[in-house]
Design a protein around this ligand. Sequence first.
Ligand SMILES: C[S@@+](CC[C@H](N)C(=O)[O-])C[C@H]1O[C@@H](n2cnc3c(N)ncnc32)[C@H](O)[C@@H]1O
Length: 311
Amino acid sequence: MSYLLNTTDSYHVNELNSLGWELTVCNALYPENSPCRGVLQTKASLGVNLYRFLEKLIPLKKVHNILEIGGGLGYLMRDFLSLNRRLKATMLDISPYLLEKQKENLKGFEVAFYENDILDIDVDTLASYDLIIMNENLGDLPTLVAYPGEISSTEKNTAHYLEKANYFSRKYKIPFAQEENINIGAMILLENVCRAGVKSVYFSEHSCESRVPERLKSYIKIESSEIPEKISLKGHDEYTIKFSYLQKIAEMFHYKIKRGPLADFLPLKINRKVLTTLRLKTPFTAEQEIIQQFIYDLYKYEYMVMIKVEK
Ligand SMILES: C[S@@+](CC[C@H](N)C(=O)[O-])C[C@H]1O[C@@H](n2cnc3c(N)ncnc32)[C@H](O)[C@@H]1O
């Protein structure tokens, strides 16, 4: 099997000038009058729902230094800082354009901003944070894409990541299948975070292992191939994440893991109107289309919370 390397760094650094093309769950829920809030039991933003969810799992009162990687427009952090004034926040992003947006949206809060690729950050720096948040961006990190044909010469970067994949397969007994795309960037980051011993970590991303509960299967159709799947977006491709591999690595570093669909903490208000909207093959209105996509995302995205078990 040959591999090609999919990367998104050049797009994020040189081309990205709007997040409008990628309506993230965070941005879809942020406006108070968002129709997406109307289908949730809580009717609140992603940041508020996530904070309330995490405080049941992590002693958030003891968290001081929090790092958000790839914070987009900065809305999630704005909610966290409004709910907990003691947090000392750092925003790290590869995109100069989005970092400027974060500075505007986090005005009035004390926040440090860094323009960096997270894969260039060393373990010692990661170790200075009590909590790391990474929402909807693991799939942006490099992916080794399986290619059935022959490739005449393997690029230097690709060869480096292939060596890393061999290392993960040996060290953590990751059973990569033939023809499987490999979330190599996500695995490298996860290992760095584990090595740093960060006490709590939250990741979320499109998953290739997502499941819809039985009672909703006739309303929400999700195919999960169990192999990282390509998602084509404006100017770049991303790949869904195989969370079970990340879980395996984290458990070897003695992390306790909680995983599931975003719907676990963004619970749907299931009523006749919502079910009728989900049933429509062709939505009649833009609002119905947005809601269909939003509810699909609540199940296609997985979160993974990692909590370091103290010896
Ligand atoms: C799809 S957006 C998600 C934004 C935000 N977290 C949200 O949920 O709305 C991806 C974010 O990750 C950032 N990003 C992508 N690759 C990155 C990398 N290698 N290092 C740091 N940030 C990165 C992008 O610039 C952007 O802010």
